[in-house]
Design a protein around this ligand. Structure first.
Ligand code: IYR
Length: 327
């Protein structure tokens, strides 16, 4: 796989292809980031962008993980103290998950976002941005109904982070795209360069395949799940072997294979007794999806292999969480 392919595999949007190609041509030392509002336990959404960060590290880039404590505070996630505690736990889980310790820098937002220069640039952005634009940028990120003033400051700070962390590339779920577009438009008005962005898909709810799999509603997979939890959740997941009337394969089981399992394992082995055809080995997602669609691979067998792979992926982080709680 060439570097551009590695950098952009499994993403939903590349902004812009030409800019990301230029980075992929000379990846060494390029700084890329994802920002996360700290939360105590990582879930599948965090792990999807973490997989992209691992790809980017493999491509030779340096990763910055922003533990966005001020953003979490602005989004009503608790007191500063509570948020900081969860930031430490989050860092430990990312490292256990497989981010490379030597080329990952963890930064707390409050380490620089309260500085004078940042604050004055923020006010300049506030002056340059319409209230509507900021609200729209925030619509997919903000959880509650009521938009507070803090919710329109939030995306402007996120835009400034790209400059203040001296980044070459911003990465986020597709729900972050309007903030990144705002950043591309507004940073130049402050005399800063605009940066490219990669947006990863958001996986649909496990039981319906629709909407997003999130911790706030429905079933999600998290770093806390035991092997048994995973088996139960995956077993009850929506896994139609056929396409929907529009011809799309809406299938959260396949999505988990595509975005979580294949990027991290060389091959997936589906164990089957000999009388059912014996073991199957897949080296890429496409081959597994094709077999599920043709009926060669039974959904129950695919689910068993998925639960095992997910367990292997989260086991080190789960152990780390237990250690932290025992301390
Ligand atoms: N908006 C993100 C959190 C976040 C991301 C970045 I990139 C920042 O610079 C700051 C905050 C979320 O929805 O979790």
């Amino acid at each position: 796989m060439d570097t551009y392919e590695l950098v952009t595999r499994n993403v939903e949007e590349v902004v812009t292809e030409a800019e990301v190609r230029a980075l992929a041509d000379d990846p060494d030392g390029k700084r890329v980031y994802v920002g996360y509002e700290p939360s105590g336990v990582l879930h599948i959404g965090h792990l999807l962008t973490a997989n992209k960060l691992i790809d980017l590290q493999d491509a030779g880039m340096e990763v910055v993980v922003l533990l966005a404590d001020v953003h979490a505070y602005l989004n009503g996630k608790g007191t500063f103290e509570e948020i900081r505690d969860t930031a430490d736990q989050m860092k430990a889980q990312f490292l256990a998950y497989g981010l490379d310790e030597d080329s990952t820098e963890f930064v707390l937002g409050s380490d620089y976002q309260l500085d004078d220069d940042y604050e004055l640039d923020l006010h300049e952005l506030e002056l340059a941005t319409s209230l509507n634009r900021a609200k729209r940028a925030m619509a997919e990120i903000q959880s509650g109904e009521t938009v507070k003033v803090s919710h329109v400051v939030y995306p402007l700070m996120q835009a400034l982070d790209i400059e203040y962390l001296d980044l070459d590339l911003a990465v986020g779920g597709i729900d972050q795209r309007k903030v990144h577009m705002l950043a591309r438009e507004e940073l130049p008005s402050l005399g800063y360069e605009k940066r490219p962005a990669l947006h990863t898909p958001i996986i649909g709810d496990l039981e319906t395949g629709e909407g997003k799999m999130s911790s706030s509603q429905g079933v999600t997979i998290s770093m806390e799940d035991t092997a048994e939890d995973l088996r139960e959740k995956v077993n009850s997941a929506f896994c139609p072997p056929t396409r929907d009337p529009e011809g799309d394969l809406v299938n959260p089981v396949l999505e988990l294979f595509q975005y979580h399992v294949f990027p991290r394992f060389e091959a997936v082995v589906v164990e089957r007794p000999d009388e059912y055809g014996g073991d199957l080995r897949y080296e890429d997602y496409e081959a597994l999806a094709a077999d599920l669609e043709s009926g060669e691979l039974h959904p129950a067998d695919a689910k068993g292999a998925l639960a095992d792979s997910l367990d292997e992926l989260i086991a080190p982080g789960r152990e780390r969480l237990h250690e932290l709680r025992d301390e």
